[in-house]
Write a protein that binds this ligand. Sequence first.
Ligand SMILES: [Cu+2]
Length: 109
Amino acid sequence: MKRFIAGVAAGGALFCLLPSAVAAGHDHGAAAGADTPLAEGTVKRIDKAAGLVTLAHGPIANLQMPGMTMPFRVADPAWLGRLKAGDRLRFRAEEKDGGLVIVRIEVAK
Ligand SMILES: [Cu+2]
């Protein structure tokens, strides 16, 4: 997972380029990935300055990733303002521009 974490850190500079790419990719992803269940996770830390949310997550089927705790970028920075440590959520993460980006979040209240 070192590759993914390095990608997230290095991808910070690309963050401003993401919204249109994510929006375009998400429409296709929703159809292509319709049979892939959302992953489950718990928010451990929010870093608004870096645009990252650290999740303790379960297996992510579409990324063939086992459960672990790691930071993710988010498709919309505004999401970070609506999350807090301890929130349990379901999410979809995709590989974009060499890093991992959360493109969908459903918070379990
Ligand atoms: Cu992970």
